[in-house]
Design a protein around this ligand. Structure first.
Ligand code: TXA
Ligand code: MG
Length: 343
């Protein structure tokens, strides 16, 4: 390599496949206090040994994440849940946990009393922990190789759009990650739904990849008793749920919230499907659709990747077509509200 080449050399994190050797290496990296990015069915996570305070602190540093925003902890099985949680079998929380376990592995996190061994930073000093069993085979294979739970927020700089491919992670968290396990694009595409079991009836803290209606049906409560409308939900319940989150750098609005006459010069449209009625209403400089067939699962899967692509186009404004707030539409609109919070 010539001198000039080495001057231009940019450090790239190691992107690994899902072979047993790669998984073994990644598990060892975690055990020795390094950060490993790995795929889950929702988004890619930035993982650290949840018992290792200095490893967990590196997650906060790498993301530029405020210390008061607790992380989600991942385990591979019901048995491993005992590594992260401390639930009294006589408490209502225990019964709720068992009721909701039918959704695991899957895009659901529950907030329950924490295990005393967890590093204090994982839970931002709280007595409770958000925990889940992810449904991605690579995540499960990694977690099974660990005798500790793995704390992992989404693997993006704080406040940016969550990553749904290994490439998204590699583009942004270059220096901090020891390796990235590549498990292909995430199948769900939005973060897990979070339910707090610290109160009864339980409370839905974040809409996500598991539709809230399914949780209500399983717990046999009307949805209105589990989920508060966002404007009345007290901040303290979900410490990380700040209004501006998941935002591309480019200004973003939900279609209909800004008069067409106020559109700046270079506007891009993210339409719901190729059949969208919005396509003809303005001379957009870029148009893409969030789904081919107009279904919510597909929109979730594509949403963050499309936002990232549109953020690279040098647009003055991104307009996104919204949807009804039911089923996965709640998670989609929650993400869009947050991305649009800057107006
Ligand atoms: O799908 C997901 O959940 C992804 C993947 C990687 O598993 N993870 C993820 O983590 O979205 P993160 O760090 O972006 O979300 C953590 C959020 C916090 O912002 C907070 O709202 C909630 O989980 N949370 C964590 N611990 C909590 C606790 N003890 N009490 C209340 N909310 C908590
Ligand atoms: Mg996040």
């Amino acid at each position: 390599m010539s001198h000039g080449d080495s001057a231009r050399h940019v450090k790239q994190p190691r992107v690994l496949d899902d072979s047993p050797e790669s998984l073994e290496y990644a598990a060892k990296q975690l055990a020795s206090g390094q950060l490993v990015a790995f795929p889950t069915e929702t988004v890619y996570g930035l993982g650290a040994n949840a018992y290792d305070e200095s490893a967990v602190r590196r997650i906060f540093l790498a993301k530029g994440r405020p210390a008061h925003n607790p992380l989600i902890v991942h385990v591979a099985s019901w048995e491993q849940l005992a590594l992260a949680t401390c639930v009294d079998p006589a408490a209502p929380c225990w019964r709720r946990l068992q009721q909701l376990a039918i959704f695991w592995p899957g895009p659901l996190s529950v907030v329950v009393p924490r295990h005393p061994r967890l590093a204090p930073s994982v839970t931002a000093g709280l007595d409770s922990v958000a925990v889940r069993i992810p449904a991605h085979p690579v995540a499960l294979a990694l977690l099974r190789r660990c005798d500790f739970p793995v704390a992992a927020p989404s693997a993006n700089p704080s406040n940016y759009v969550s990553p749904t491919t290994a490439e998204h992670v590699a583009n942004q968290l270059v220096d901090e990650v020891s390796c990235i396990l590549d498990g292909g694009p995430c199948g769900v595409g939005v973060e897990s739904t979070i339910v707090s079991l610290l109160e009864d009836p339980p409370r839905i803290l974040r809409f996500g990849g598991l539709p809230a209606e399914q949780i209500a049906r399983q717990l046999q409560f009307p949805l209105g008793r589990l989920a508060m409308p966002p404007e009345t939900a007290p901040r303290i319940l979900a410490p990380g749920m700040l209004p501006e989150h998941y935002a591309p750098r480019t200004r973003l609005v939900i279609a209909g919230s800004l008069p067409l006459s106020n559109y700046p010069a270079r506007v891009g449209l993210l339409a719901w499907s190729p059949a969208s009625a919005l396509l003809d209403e303005h001379p957009y400089v870029s148009v893409a659709h969030l789904s081919l067939h107009g279904n919510e699962e597909e929109v979730c899967r594509n949403l963050f990747a499309r936002l990232r692509e549109f953020d690279q186009l040098g647009l003055d404004l991104i307009v996104v077509e919204g949807c009804e707030r039911t089923g996965l539409g709640r998670a989609i609109m929650d993400r869009l509200d947050r991305a649009a919070a800057r107006g």
